[in-house]
Ligand binder design. Structure first.
Ligand SMILES: [Zn+2]
Length: 131
């Protein structure tokens, strides 16, 4: 859905898709699975909202659940295949991890402000917010 909205340049629909996706993940207390992220990375532009959310999710999962190799969907092997198969995405994950300040808690990407994943600029009032 995001890809279609992006191609048609329907910014508000892109934002709503991201809101719905992240809301779903929060409601399920989950993250996109590695296989799903791999599909996303192949279909969306580098640096787009889904790409960034997927990248931040991988960063978060590696940092916070680094001891949980028993999670099949997020096993070390699965993460390796994801990063090795998508070098630009892997580079993004590494840059994100190395860019985190020492001693700072890794931010849950689902808890970031919704506008961090929206198409509109920071100086523009969010069209998705209802007053
Ligand atoms: Zn917004």
């Amino acid at each position: 859905m995001f890809c279609l909205a992006y191609k048609l340049q329907l910014a508000n629909l892109c934002d709503l898709v991201m809101d719905a996706w992240i809301s779903h993940d929060l409601g399920e207390n989950g993250f996109p699975a590695v296989d799903y992220i791999s599909e996303i990375v192949e279909r969306v532009p580098v640096g787009s909202a889904p790409w960034i959310y997927a990248m931040k999710s991988v960063h978060y999962f590696i940092a916070v659940f680094r001891h949980r190799d028993d999670l099949v969907m997020w096993s070390t092997s699965a993460l390796y295949r994801l990063i090795a198969g998508n070098s630009e995405f892997g580079l993004g994950v590494l840059k994100s991890m190395r860019g985190q300040e020492v001693g700072m808690v890794t931010v849950d990407p689902r808890r970031l402000p919704a506008c961090d994943y929206h198409v509109h600029g920071k100086e523009v009032k969010c069209p998705c917010k209802r007053d």
